[in-house]
Each structure stands twice: as structure tokens, then as C-alpha cells.
Design a protein around this ligand. Structure first.
Ligand code: PLP
Length: 430
């Protein structure tokens, strides 16, 4: 039998990991509810929802059953020239829950691709209006939009993608929200548009919650301002709800806290409840009409596995679960549990800030503990944590019960009490 860990260490790349000096990985054999089971029988509570997507718990029976049922009739068919019930049902569900007027759906195979698609929509929108020079986006510093070239180019310009600066398209950035006074930020935004408005096709941001880069929250007034300036200049406003949406920050969509609707929205991560990859880019009819009136009228994107039926069936089941009970209430309970458990960490020497919103709890550290301490605390507490940059955080499944949440916050507190580790570079990613 293959020695999984040994073969893996020698031959398989892991996310943001070196093959020469690979960080430890654990051999997962099954997952159910809040827990991941390892090959040696140990179980870990998944405090990061496997990168924020396992909203209803691992291997939820309703979702695995939907995948099984769909697989018995059709696992895949090309979306060029065909459609199918799971895609139509999912698009209908998405149109029903997206902000008013957003009802035209493009299915993408991952969050990064959904962002690329949104950017192409903005460009084709301007092109159709004869503004062929408007091919750039404006984004917020401190953001993260994915790892493919176009999505990287919209992520924080000083962040983890600096190495690729030479190959990426160049876009415009305004300061991270809260990094300066709101009025000064507003002036910067307005200056950007007066100087470069004839090049800007659209604005993209993570509403309310800047996740993988900054792990920070900001107020709805920024989104209101972006809406105003986009209207003024006929630039498309794109909200990337891939991390913040589907109740992670409290409401169904984070942007609803600002009462602002975008022209285009990207959805991913928890869409299938973390069971299989799928994302969507949803546009307003107005955007679709303009693109369709252009030359070409076709929207120019089409991935091989577009609208994969298994993934669409999983997403339908996941959205049914979101609709079947009060997730805002579940998240409110998690929020108070995180606050209660993490707030005391504020007094620790190595903790710079404590931030909680919805089912997101973040300790910003002066410096992360050493790798050995991180591994030891995970093993001793049975809580899977994935600290990165200078953040220790929890983004647990939205169905996490009180006792498990206490275990999670205790594990985080224990880790935060460890001495600061050495300065690390390159360990940027969530
Ligand atoms: C994770 C993430 C993405 C990228 O999604 P992938 O599925 O990893 O490609 C894009 N935007 C935001 C806000 C994300 O958190």
C-alpha cells in the first residue's frame, strides 16, 4: 500500500507550500459534521470550515444525497449546446436570493474564475457602449480576490502576489478602508475617478469583510460611496461575496448591511456547502442587456466544466439548507460565543487586536507563534486552526454548537499565549 504521507511529501505541492521544505500535512480519511478524522483515528474540529466553505458541516447527508442522486443519471455534460435541471434550478434559486435585479447567472468552476468573469463582464459592458479604453478595474488595498492572474491583479498590491507583479495586468487601487479618515478616503476615490475615469470599467471589492488579505471589517459607508461614484461614471460595481456572503458575516449578503446592491456579484466557497467546487457570477439584467447589445453580443467565457451537474445539485441542496432554518440566528449565537471566548485575549502581550463579526473571529497577533507551537496546540486541543500572516482566526461551520465553539476559542487562546515565533516570510496565505 502506498505510504501516503511519504509520497505526498516528495511529489505533491500543497497550497503555498515548498516541496523542498514541506510544512507538515495530516492524512485525512473522512469528515463528518464539525470533524475531520485522520488516518490514525484522531479527530479534529474544523475551526476554519476547510477554508470557509463547509457551512452546514462536513458530508451533510442532504448534500451527499443530492450528489449521489444526480450521479446516477448524469455526472457531466458540456454546457455549450446543452442545459440541465440542476443548472436551471440553481440559477432560479440564486436569482431569488440575490439583491434586487441580479438575475443573470454565469456558472464558474472556482471563486477566482468567477472574479475573472466579473472583470470580463465589466470590460464587455464598456466595450458595448463604445468605450474601448475602459479596461481597468479599481480595487481596494487590503483585498483578496483569488489566485488566477486577473484575480491576483485585483488583490492587495503589496500582498502575497508581489512576485508576479511583472506579469499581471495593472489596475487602480484606493486605500484600505479605515486606514485613513473616511473623508480623506472619499477624496482619494474621487481623485482616482477624475484622473482615470476614462480607463476604469468597474470597481471590485469584498463588501464589509476583507478576508484572506486583511481579516478586517469596515462600514457600509464605503460601499455607499462606491455605489455613488460608479453611478456617476457608469462604471460597474462588483461585490465579491465569495467569503463574506451566505451568512458568514451575519446577513445573507454582507453588502445588505450597507443597503447597497452591486451590478455584478460573485458567489463561491459556501455555495455547495463545501462539498464540491462551484462559483457563480450574477449580473443585473441591465448589465446583461448592454453586453448583449455589443459586438460581439456573446459573453466571451466558457470553462470546460461549466455548470457541472453534480456541483449544481450540491449547491441546490446547500441553498435549501440555508433556506430551511434561520442561519442569521445561528451566526448571531456563534458571534457572541466568539466574542466571549476571544475578547479576553486582548490583554495578552502578543495580541495586537481582537475582531469579531458574524461567524468570523480574528486575533491579530504582533507575531505568530512558532510552527512547532501551532502544531502542538492543534494536536493537544483537537482543534484544527490555520493561522496565516499574523492572524489566528476561527471561521467555524455555521452549525457549530456552543460546546464545540468553546473548545475552539480555548484552543485559540492557548495558541495566543505561546511566545511569538521567528519572523516568517512567504507564509501569507490563509
Ligand atoms: C477565496 C476567495 C476567492 C477565490 O476563490 P477560489 O475558489 O479559491 O478560487 C475570491 N474572492 C474571495 C473574497 C475569496 O475569499
Amino acid at each position: 500500500m502506498i505510504d501516503v504521507l511519504d509520497f505526498d511529501r516528495r511529489n505533491i505541492w500543497h497550497p503555498y507550500a515548498s516541496l523542498a521544505n514541506p510544512p507538515p500535512v495530516r492524512h485525512a480519511v473522512s469528515a463528518s459534521g464539525l470533524e475531520i478524522t485522520l488516518s490514525d483515528g484522531r479527530r479534529l474540529i474544523d475551526a476554519v470550515s476547510s477554508w470557509w466553505c463547509v457551512a452546514h458541516g462536513h458530508n451533510h447527508p442532504a448534500i451527499t444525497e443530492a450528489i449521489r442522486r444526480q450521479s446516477s443519471s448524469m455526472c457531466h455534460v458540456m454546457f455549450g449546446g446543452f442545459t440541465h435541471t440542476p443548472a436551471a434550478e440553481l440559477a432560479e434559486r440564486l436569482a431569488a436570493i440575490c439583491p434586487d435585479g441580479l438575475d443573470k447567472v454565469f456558472f464558474a468552476d472556482s471563486g477566482s474564475i468567477a472574479v475573472e468573469v466579473a472583470v470580463k463582464m465589466a470590460t464587455q459592458y464598456q466595450h458595448a457602449k463604445g468605450r474601448v479604453r475602459r479596461t481597468k478595474m479599481l480595487a481596494l488595498k487590503g483585498g483578496y480576490h483569488g489566485d488566477t492572474a486577473c484575480a491576483m491583479a485585483l488583490s492587495d498590491p503589496d500582498g502575497m502576489h508581489v512576485l508576479f507583479a511583472g506579469m499581471m495586468p495593472r489596475h487602480f487601487f484606493v486605500s484600505k478602508p479605515n486606514s485613513l479618515a473616511f473623508e480623506a478616503w472619499r477624496e482619494e476615490l474621487s481623485r482616482m475617478f477624475s484622473e482615470h475615469g476614462d480607463e476604469i470599467a468597474g470597481v471590485v471589492c469584498e463588501p464589509i469583510f476583507q478576508a484572506a488579505n486583511a481579516m478586517d471589517f469596515y462600514g457600509g459607508e464605503y460601499l455607499k460611496e462606491l455605489r455613488l461614484i460608479c453611478d456617476e461614471h457608469d462604471a460597474l460595481l462588483v461585490f465579491d461575496e465569495i467569503a463574506a456572503g451566505l451568512y458568514r458575516t451575519g446577513p445573507l449578503w454582507a453588502a445588505s448591511l450597507a443597503g447597497v446592491a452591486p451590478d455584478v456579484m460573485t458567489i463561491g466557497k459556501a455555495l455547495t456547502g463545501g462539498h464540491i467546487t462551484l462559483a457563480a457570477t450574477v449580473a443585473s439584467s441591465r448589465v446583461a442587456d448592454v453586453i448583449s447589445s455589443g459586438e460581439p453580443s456573446a459573453f466571451m467565457h466558457g470553462p470546460t466544466y461549466m455548470a457541472n451537474p453534480l456541483a449544481c445539485a450540491a449547491a441546490c441542496a446547500s441553498l435549501d439548507l440555508f433556506a430551511a432554518s434561520d442561519y442569521s440566528d445561528k451566526v448571531a449565537r456563534i458571534e457572541s460565543g466568539l466574542r466571549e471566548g476571544l475578547e479576553p485575549c486582548r490583554s495578552l502581550d502578543n495580541v495586537a487586536d481582537v475582531r469579531v463579526m458574524g461567524a468570523v473571529g480574528v486575533l491579530e497577533m504582533k507575531r505568530l507563534p512558532a510552527r512547532n507551537d501551532i502544531e502542538r496546540v492543534i494536536d493537544e486541543t483537537g482543534v484544527w486552526l490555520r493561522p496565516f500572516a499574523n492572524f489566528i482566526y476561527a471561521m467555524p461551520p455555521l452549525v457549530t454548537d456552543g460546546a464545540s465553539l468553546t473548545r475552539i476559542t480555548r484552543a485559540i487562546a492557548k495558541l495566543a499565549e505561546c511566545p511569538p515565533g521567528p519572523e516568517v516570510s512567504g507564509d501569507f496565505h490563509e
